[in-house]
Design a protein around this ligand. Structure first.
Ligand code: ADP
Ligand code: ADP
Length: 227
């Protein structure tokens, strides 16, 4: 079955509906681009799929298990161990160094300090960031910060990556490189990637794209709601 599944989810903010009967299945190893106009519900969909918030109605399943009905503690545990997040602007801790930022998810996961920094260094080398390990992330360029954010998202070896406009703050060339990197790593590691993007070139490097319009998910090629 699918690794990640939303079944007819609704989600509102007060009286503002953000998702309406949205359904989606994502296969393990798939790279999915989530596109659509601003305010159409893409971020809300991503947050529901990642168990950051629960839908008002409908189900979200990860690996066959209901995510929306798990306790908060079990859900954050799952997010920490199985999911990785990459956001626009990276959301790094600016006062900490590059190496600290990348090691942080491991340290929070109770990995021993030495091992956490060894693994962080391994990822920094892989992303050609090893020269920057000692720099504070507040001093980095947008492209560098986004690569650090990718290293931090991958360091725990998550099954699923959730990326919300990871290239939105970057010029198009840097954005393309960041996406290539994310896709390349996902292919090597077998990671499933869900990426919200406005950039058609980012979408072109995905396996599949869905379009969110007015809180509903459509497959742009089928021209009708995906069931
Ligand atoms: P997108 O990611 O496609 O821009 P969002 O999921 O952020 O769309 O938003 C979907 C709808 O929900 C929009 O109408 C937006 O204004 C509304 N919305 C999103 N977040 C909030 C919030 N925290 N409070 C109130 N309304 C929100
Ligand atoms: P190998 O290092 O030969 O690829 P594995 O990666 O399968 O072997 O697992 C064992 C090694 O991988 C250990 O040295 C461990 O420190 C390292 N490792 C485990 N998890 C990670 C990670 N998230 N990032 C980088 N290295 C890791």
């Amino acid at each position: 079955g699918p690794l990640l599944e939303a079944r007819s989810i609704d989600r509102s903010y007060g009286r503002t509906p953000a998702l309406r009967e949205a359904s989606l299945s994502v296969t393990a190893g798939e790279i999915l681009a989530i596109m659509g106009p601003s305010g159409s519900g893409k971020s809300t969909l991503l947050h529901c799929l990642a168990g950051i918030f629960s839908p008002d109605t409908g189900e979200v399943r990860f690996d066959g298990r209901r995510l929306d009905t798990l306790s908060d503690a079990r859900r954050s545990e799952l997010r920490r161990t199985a999911f990785g997040f990459v956001f626009q602007f990276g959301r790094l801790v600016p006062e900490l160094t590059v190496a600290d930022n990348v090691a942080l998810p491991l340290l929070l996961g109770k990995v021993r300090r030495r091992q956490a920094y060894q693994r962080a260094d391994g990822w920094l080398r892989r992303l050609e960031l090893d020269e920057l390990g000692g720099r504070r992330t507040g001093e980095l360029s947008g492209g560098q910060a986004q690569r650090v954010a990718i290293a931090r998202a991958l360091v725990t070896r998550p099954k699923v990556i959730f990326a919300d406009e990871p290239t939105g703050a970057l010029d198009s060339l840097t954005g393309e490189k960041v996406m290539e990197l994310l896709v390349g790593l996902a292919r090597q590691e077998g990671t499933t990637v869900n990426v919200v993007t406005h950039d058609p070139r980012v979408a072109a490097s995905a396996d599949r794209e869905v379009l969110v319009r007015d809180g509903r998910i459509t497959d742009p090629y089928a021209g009708e709601a995906v069931r």
